[in-house]
Ligand binder design. Structure first.
Ligand SMILES: Nc1ncnc2c1ncn2[C@@H]1O[C@H](COP(=O)(O)OP(=O)(O)OP(=O)(O)O)[C@@H](O)[C@H]1O
Length: 761
């Protein structure tokens, strides 16, 4: 009977849909009325604090500032008129333990033993609405439960096989203050509860939507296997693997929001999310604000982890391989020390005047001294004070002064040190003989092939030396260079910086700088507190690594230094790795993570690609990683990939394919080409508008489009030793349509299918 009602209502019979929308609209109206009251409260707090004036004891001022800060943050969150602020509802049977949690909702997951009557009828005992932040009524009853609260977990976890207390799960679609639609899943169809069921399920509705250039959150349709990862306890390392489109990136970002909600104090140390490319950062950075989280999470491209440098170049695969390998540690260590010698083009000897006579250290003596100082492993810049001391010791010995009285000797020596070390000649000599080295200077020195060959003796082969030196002569940096700079920063130690402007002592007394005023005093004007903290921070409480399969060993070292005491979430897919030496990268990952225990999760369902596209990708996967399983595509659209063969004018053919796809989809189109055709391809698409973009194969990582054109699979595959895996990435970017454009290199068959995409016999 209930099943019958459900079928009828799914077909929209009897105006049930409109009635149910009206029911949810009523609830949403109540929520907004309550939110308005909260906004007034927060505004009152702000103005009350302001009225407390500008004078008072330091304690009172600090209290006032903290109050303003808290109220401001709160107001900001409330004022954000989220698209679907309220997005879910669950109707629950009576629970087992009858206890209420902090959010006002009952805690038990399982139904009470007598919640279902013998005739399979049951009553709905509790209805919870789930939203982006929690809202309590004036009497502390929950109007909306925060999606991250324990009571919201059944919304994501319940399945028809293990429904727990959930009878019906409803996803509510709204815009601003208006409810637009509802989509229900009936989790206990065997029961008669009188609940109407509307719609075709929320997940399919979400997956079919057109894509934009920004990723959407999935908060209203997180699936059970994803929810397990999002809410996994933050102990040590959480490792997630899964094929393309299984939601790894989405899950990682939702997990960041969950961790902050769950233990805000602990994660005030910041969460770092490392992404492979700036394009993926731009694509994903709107997700956390849409979940109500801003400020504590820094999403950075791996090439932007060192302040002041942004990677804007790509290295050829063979060069990347060398620069990313652990062998570079040795080369950089030699370079850090070797650069001291480079500076010695100035005076070869040191001459000073002491006690009326000249005292001199010869080139040989200076060289011995340098060796003695460099004997330690300390960073080179930190050895400078020791070098200075040894120079003074050696000069003092040369003066031949002897004293019987120890006190007198100490006094004389102190005077000597002060005199000599303030002498301009000595200062100039020290600056030339033991200069403060900056990572960029040392890296630039490696661009000289002869020098690099010396520092890389028995570590790199001559062709490798040539490649690396040549790549460093370019103007700009690659993501591999950034890891080298970071390594050098560690080997060299901090560069002493000129002192910052003194803080206003009164501000320090009142704690005012913690709240707002510090930003005003910063050079360059007013900046957000979060932005400032982000820049200053070099270690984080939690580190998330997206597309972890692509980090080179040197990059793992760089990321590892940012999370020495952190907990970690690492998501990736070995089948999508563009790094050729998978084992070396795994070893570096192990080093970065140390012996911390790991919890492993696997995601198995592909939410991005329709089955028709996933099938093509799986033929390449079989070549790239024989034996590796493809994730299961969750939907099928009936639209098969289109195969075309390019004629004499590749540009015109690519342009035509892109234009056709633009007319077929509402959202975005991505044209993926081999890396060396990137610039060219941008030109081909000129004038087609903003919905279409050209991407080099490595740039496509992590992104998705309504439709894609993959240009010459063979060219992409042949571009690097990991080319087949890169091609696998390229083929898995489309949510609706795929066009493959073959060239002669692809050896297409009569149907235009490239050799690489033909299923193995
Ligand atoms: N539970 C879900 N509900 C709705 N959409 C989802 C869900 N899970 C994933 N998606 C969507 O599927 C697409 C793929 O997700 P995501 O980019 O996180 O996958 P991925 O595993 O990181 O992929 P890749 O390895 O290819 O980079 C995104 O559009 C995402 O919004």
């Amino acid at each position: 009977m209930a099943a019958q009602t459900a079928v009828q209502d799914r077909q929209g019979g009897g105006g049930v849909r409109e009635r149910e929308i009206a029911v949810e609209q009523q609830h949403l109206d109540r929520v907004y009325r309550r939110l308005e009251e909260k906004i007034h409260e927060a505004e009152f707090l702000m103005s009350d604090a302001a009225k407390k004036g500008h004078v008072g004891t330091p304690g009172a001022l600090a209290e006032r500032d903290a109050q303003v800060f808290r109220a401001g943050v709160h107001l900001n969150r409330l004022n954000n008129e989220f698209e679907d602020f309220l997005f879910g509802r669950i109707d629950l049977l009576r629970g087992k333990d009858g206890k209420k949690g902090a959010d006002g909702a009952f805690t038990s997951i399982d139904p009470a033993d007598d919640a279902i009557r013998d005739d399979a009828t049951a009553d709905i005992a509790e209805t919870l609405h789930i939203g982006r932040i929690g809202v309590l009524d004036t009497d502390y009853a929950p109007l909306v439960i925060d999606w991250r609260a324990p009571a919201a977990a059944p919304f994501y976890r319940s399945t028809p096989v293990a429904p727990g207390r959930v009878v019906r799960r409803r996803v509510i679609r709204s815009k601003g203050r208006r409810v637009l639609g509802v989509e229900d899943d009936l989790l206990r169809p065997e029961l008669t509860t009188g609940l109407p069921v509307v719609g075709d399920g929320a997940l399919m509705a979400a997956l079919g939507q057109a894509r934009t250039h920004s990723m959407r959150d999935i908060v209203s349709s997180i699936q059970a296997e994803q929810d397990l990862v999002i809410r996994a306890p933050a102990a040590s390392v959480t490792e997630v693997t899964g094929g393309p489109g299984t939601g790894k990136t989405a899950v990682a970002l939702h997990r960041a929001a969950y961790l902050l909600y769950q233990d805000r104090r602990r994660y005030s140390g910041g969460i770092l999310c490392v992404s492979p490319t700036p394009l993926l950062v731009a694509y994903t950075e709107g997700v956390l604000p849409s979940l109500g989280e801003e400020g504590q999470v820094a999403i950075r491209a791996v090439g932007s982890l060192v302040d002041g440098v942004t990677a804007d170049l790509y290295d050829e695969p063979a060069t990347a391989r060398v620069k990313g390998s652990l062998r570079m540690q040795k080369v950089l260590r030699n370079a850090a020390r070797g650069c001291l010698d480079l500076a010695l083009e100035g005076p070869a000897t040191l001459r000073v005047v002491a006690f009326g006579r000249r005292v001199e250290l010869s080139a040989g003596e200076l060289s011995d001294l340098r060796h003695a100082v460099l004997g330690g492993t300390a960073p080179v810049n930190l050895l400078r004070p020791r070098a200075r001391r040894l120079l003074l010791d050696a000069l003092w010995r040369k003066t031949g002064r002897r004293f019987d009285d120890a006190e007198l000797a100490a006094e004389e020596r102190q005077g000597f040190d002060e005199d000599i070390s303030t002498e301009q000649d000595f200062i100039d000599f020290l600056d030339a003989w033991w200069p403060v080295l900056e990572p960029r200077g040392v890296l630039a020195a490696l661009a000289d092939e002869k020098r690099l060959a010396r520092w890389a003796r028995r570590v790199l082969t001559p062709p490798e030396v040539r490649r690396v030196a040549r790549s460093l002569r370019r103007d700009g940096s690659s993501a591999h260079d950034v890891a080298l700079l970071d390594e050098l920063e560690m080997l060299l130690g901090p560069v002493p910086r000129p002192k910052q402007r003194e803080a206003d002592p009164l501000d320090e007394l009142t704690g005012l700088d913690e709240v707002t005023t510090y930003a005003d005093r910063m050079p360059g004007g007013r900046r957000g507190r979060a932005e400032r903290l982000d820049e200053e921070r070099t270690e984080y409480a939690h580190v998330i690594v997206d597309e972890a399969q692509d980090l080179t060993p040197m990059q793992w070292r760089m990321v590892g230094r940012r999370g020495r005491t952190a907990t970690w979430t690492i998501v990736g897919d070995p089948a999508q790795s563009s790094w050729s030496d998978v084992e070396e990268a795994a070893q570096a990952r192990d080093e970065a993570l140390g012996s911390r225990p790991r919890r492993r999760f696997t995601l198995t369902v592909n939410y991005r690609n329709p089955a028709e596209i996933a099938e093509v990708a799986s033929t390449v996967l079989a070549l790239a990683m024989p034996g590796m399983e493809s994730p299961r595509a969750v939907r099928s659209t009936g639209i098969v990939p289109r195969y075309e063969v390019a004629g004499a004018d590749l540009a015109a053919d690519v342009r035509a394919a892109a234009a056709r796809l633009l007319s077929e989809v509402d959202g975005t189109v991505g044209v993926v080409v081999a890396m060396n055709r990137r610039a060219q391809a941008r030109g081909w698409l000129e004038g087609l508008g903003e919905r279409v973009v050209a991407l080099g194969s490595l740039e496509a990582k992590g992104l998705e489009y309504d439709a894609t054109v993959v240009v010459s699979p063979a060219e992409i595959a042949e571009e690097s030793p990991a080319g087949l895996r890169v091609l696998y990435v390229a083929l898995t970017r489309a949510t609706q349509r795929l066009t493959v454009l073959a060239t002669a290199l692809d050896a297409p068959d009569a149907g235009g299918v490239p050799d690489l995409l033909r299923p193995l016999a």
